[in-house]
Design a protein around this ligand. Structure first.
Ligand code: HEC
Ligand SMILES: [Cu+2]
Length: 212
């Protein structure tokens, strides 16, 4: 898990020959199994904290730390950055979902897949909008040419419950608001505003919603 101002990158490494994957602001773990998470930070000091699961652990740029915990009950646990890491520190939440092992494995198998291919014309147009706007400079969508690494990996963004580190429920209206004007919602975020003709914006939203 890497802390950024102001979001979390979760990187699942390869295991048993299966490829790894990257997502944002969410960890999923098998219930009643010990989990070890490596922690670091990309910019300033952040603190990884899921109050119901473990104590606070600092994430320091250039230094590796690990934390071990176990979720004894299935469910969704809320985590929060517990270090004052800048202006939008309060908008830096994440979640840990503990599932029975088979359900966890099914989730991980879906996350490993590249982005869903689309045959829908409107969604395909949305993908082209994404690739011709600046989005791909900062975001990766595996299975497309987009390989940016400044912002969250969006390969399965539609599978997430929240966007922008717990700031907004993941729905079409909030996605639109975020894309048009992220800096009103989270002043100081690295993501710039994007003005798009309404048809392009709607197509882009339709495509993002296919990324389950
Ligand atoms: C300069 C880099 C940059 C550009 C360009 C950019 N983004 Fe972002 N984007 C970010 C960063 C950084 C975040 C994380 C912000 C946060 O949560 O604090 C983000 C977050 C997002 C999220 C929320 C993801 C999540 O899981 O929380 C979506 C969706 C998104 N961007 C879509 C887009 C689209 C669509 C475009 C093009 C119109 C775009 N971005 C352009 C940097 C960028
Ligand atoms: Cu922080």
């Amino acid at each position: 898990m890497t802390g950024y101002q102001w979001w979390w990158q979760a990187r699942y490494s390869d295991e048993n020959g299966a490829s790894g994957f990257v997502l944002a602001n969410e960890l999923h773990v098998p219930v009643r199994r010990p989990v070890v998470v490596s922690l670091t930070a990309a910019d300033v000091i952040h603190t990884f904290w899921v109050p119901s699961l473990h104590g606070k652990k600092d994430m320091i740029p250039g230094r590796d730390a690990t934390i071990e915990f176990r979720a004894d009950k299935a469910g969704v646990y809320r985590g929060q950055c517990a270090e004052f890491c800048g202006y939008e520190h309060a908008l830096m939440a994440f979640s840990v979902t503990a599932d029975p092992p088979a359900q966890y494995e099914a989730w991980a198998a879906r996350q490993r897949e590249p982005a869903a291919q689309t045959s829908d014309g409107r969604a395909a147009r949305g993908r082209d909008v994404f690739l011709t706007q600046d989005c791909a400079r900062c975001h990766t969508v595996r299975g497309t040419p987009a390989q940016g690494s400044i912002g969250p990996d969006l390969t399965h963004v539609a599978s997430r419950q929240f966007i922008a580190a717990g700031t907004l429920a993941n729905n079409r209206g909030n996605l639109a608001g975020w894309i048009i004007d992220p800096r009103t919602l989270k002043p100081g975020t690295a993501m710039p505003p994007t003005r798009l003709p309404p048809d392009d914006l709607q197509a882009l939203l339709t495509w993002l919603e296919t990324l389950k």
